[in-house]
Design a protein around this ligand. Sequence first.
Ligand code: SF4
Length: 131
Amino acid sequence: VGVYLRHDYKHVTMDTIADQKMPEWCKRNRVTLIQLGLQLYKRASEDSRIQVSGSIDDWIYLVSDPHRIARRCHAGNFLFFNTEGRLRSCMFGTEYADIKQTPLDGIVALDGFAEARKLHASCSICVLACN
Ligand code: SF4
């Protein structure tokens, strides 16, 4: 079992990282989410069937102040594309190509791919940086 918290950021780019906000629901339920994180990490330490990564500190930042997450984003390990085949910089990022019209080995040569790599190196506000 893998457990992940997810915000619903929109159009994350180098220019909008600082403007991304947590959902109001998350703010209202911060204490509960922190308590659940503490329970989850404790259970995971006792039961190898439960998979968590990162630290409880970053879980707490994710539900209270995501801009303080210390770990690096690992979105660079993946290619993200939607059901129409549009490549995106990450699941919250912007589109930069159509996978149906771009050969796989051509993707890495795209300016959009290089921009996505810069974004991954600069942004650490979501679960891909902390869990
Ligand atoms: S941490 Fe990575 S995956 Fe998450 S919003 Fe930022 S760039 Fe996207």
